[in-house]
Each structure stands twice: as C-alpha cells, then as structure tokens.
Design a protein around this ligand. Sequence first.
Ligand code: ZN
Length: 419
Amino acid sequence: MRYNMYDWAKDLFPICRSITGQGVRDTLKYIKTLLPDLEIKSIESGTKCFDWVIPQEWSIKNAYLENEFGERIIDFKDSNLHVVGYSEPVDEWFSFEEIQNFIYSLEDQPKAIPYVTSYYSKNFGFCMSHEKRKKLKNCKYHAFIDSEKKNGVLNYGELLIKGKKEKEILLSTYICHPSLANDNLSGIVVTSALAMWIKSLKQTEYSFRIIFIPETIGSIAYISQNLEELKNKIHAGFNVTCVGDDKNYSFLPSRNGNTIADKAGMHILNHAVKNYTQYSWLDRGSDERQFCSPGVDLPVVSIMRSKYGEFPEYHTSRDNLEFISQKGLQGAFSVIKETISAIDKDFFPKLTLLCEPKMSERGLYPKINSKDNHSYIEAKTIMNLISYCDGRLSLIEIGNLINQPFNKLIAIAEKSYIN
Ligand code: ZN
C-alpha cells in the first residue's frame, strides 16, 4: 500500500502552526480526514503541568516591516517564518539602529529565513534572509504585528487502536512547527501513514497509542495527564521526527539505551539500511527529553532521516518541500513499520527438546559438511538461533546476538521444535 505522504505534506505546508491556536486545529482537522477515529482534545490555558503552565493561545492576522519610503521589506503573507513565533503585537516606528534588535537573519546562510520563536518571554521580531537585511536602507522603520494572546486551549490529537494485549506501542509526533518540512511536517505525515497501516491490519498483538502533540509543552502536558497509564502500558515508543529527506538515516536511543525499542530500532536499521548515524542520549532534542526523563522512564527512541540540528537547512526556510521527498518519507515509513512489526511479533522462543535437534532427520542439514556450502551456512544460522532459545531472550535480542535479520529468524522459529 502506498500512502501519498508527500501530497499530504504539500497540503499542510502553508498552515501557520504554533504550540497553540488555529494552525494546530486546522492541522488536526486535516489529520482527522486521514484518520477519522482521531480524537481532538484540549487542555485549558493556565493548567499546571508539572513545572509548566499551558500558555495562552497565540494568533496572528497580519504583520509587516516597512521603511519610511513606504517600501514593504517583510510581509507575513509571503512566509509565516517572517514573524517570530508568539510575537507580541506592535505598531511602532524604529530607527535603523533600533530595528536591528528585532531582526533575525543567518550570516552563514544568506538566502535562508530563520525559524525563531519566543513562547515564554514577551518579545516580538522579524526574520529575514541576510542577503535582504544587508540591503536595508539607513532610515526609519515601521514595525506592525497584528497578533493576540488570549486564554484558550492547547489542542492535541489522540488515536487508540486495540490489539490483543493491553500493553501498547506509542507513536508520538509534533504539530507545532509552521512551514518547515523535515522538522516536522514529515513526522505528521509518516505517523498518519503508520496509523493507517496499523488500522489496516486485522489483528495486532499490542495496542497502539498514537499522539499528535505540540513539542515540549505538549508532551509535558500529555505525560502529566496520563503518567500512570503510560508507565503501566507503554512497551515501546517512537518519537517520529525528521523523517522526510533521503540523505541519511539516524538513530537516537532512549536514555536507558537498552529497551526493546532501542534493540528493535537498531536491529532493523542494521539490516535494512546500509549506513546510518548512531547518536547518543546526549544528542537528544525532542520529546524523548520528556518521555525518558527520570521517573517517567518510557522506552522511547527516534528513527530519523537527517536529524534535527544536524542539517544546515534545519529551522530555516530551506527546510521546505524541496528538502523532503516521497522517497525519503517512504524510506522512513518502511523502517519504522518494520521495527513496529518486529516488536509486535517478537516473543521469547524456547527449544522444546533437550540438546540439539537432529537436523539431518528434519531435512535441515546439508548432506555434505563443507564450510562454504550455502546450506551449511543456513544450518549454522538455525543452530545459532536454537542455541539461544532458552526462553530468556526475545527473538529480536537473539537476532542482534547472531547478526541475523528478524524476518529470517521468525521463519525459522515457526518450526515445531521451538515455541
Ligand atoms: Zn524543531
């Protein structure tokens, strides 16, 4: 089944998302057209969530920067990256020197507009290309931002899919970035496709919890409202982010580093992808910071393409629809799907006999015992697998020990002498 993830990204790209507000609601409404069972939930501004408080909703109608000659330097209508996220309203004149304090640009990427936010301190600002900034005339500037902060809600989407077990696999992605593609529109569309694929399966072993939340405040709020349930139920989890380009694969472990999500994620990457970058917990930067924090301790990892913070286009206007592709999205979708699938089918195999089975009696051993014989090598794999089937290691863990792919091992494990 091919999911048109790139087309969904094209539809969602122009929406001005933030951690709260209409952009988030429009995004969730769109996801609900793909996943009709998605529940759209809300938490009121002012609600205390651990050390944090749900902020007021931010909305913006219009913004521009004009010089004294009436030339419009920046217009919010051209790109929603032009205004610092959560900017206070402003309608004031500034000198050339003063306005510099409210302009953000990147000297080393002169054509890119940076993505800047100021959620928790009162601020305003404009973002523009450095190229354009250098051409600004030494004159007065009129800064105009028609924005508003008012009590409202923080919205998120939640989809629960029942499996045979109460234990769950968590997929979480964030919905707060405006027109940025790899970080993190890619996460929204890949998670939607994964949810559609899971829904299409007749029966899964594990149940699934799929959440679309604003980054940081959203995961903190979600954990604060569901902590005990998450701690009791989550067997493995994935923070789905930066899954859209086709340059590379990346893996970010959980804090624990040795959970089944870690073992399965690395297992699939090792076998399905030639090359990937292994990051450490110290390279974290997304919602795993909350999911894996002390006392929460959920087994959450990230399987990514180019990781946030590591590609030059990150958090700039260059992380656009040209940076991602259907091929990139599809690649990430497949690797995460394989990982989930392996976790769902994983079990603790146990040999039903004592000592080695007589392989030749079962037609599993080559007639000629020569080490370069293909069937000899295959028989060796079977024997290696069997040697670990004491019921204490899962099939994924054995796969990692004997360096053999899960799908091959599950085919072998279905033979009668293992259960
Ligand atoms: Zn980001």
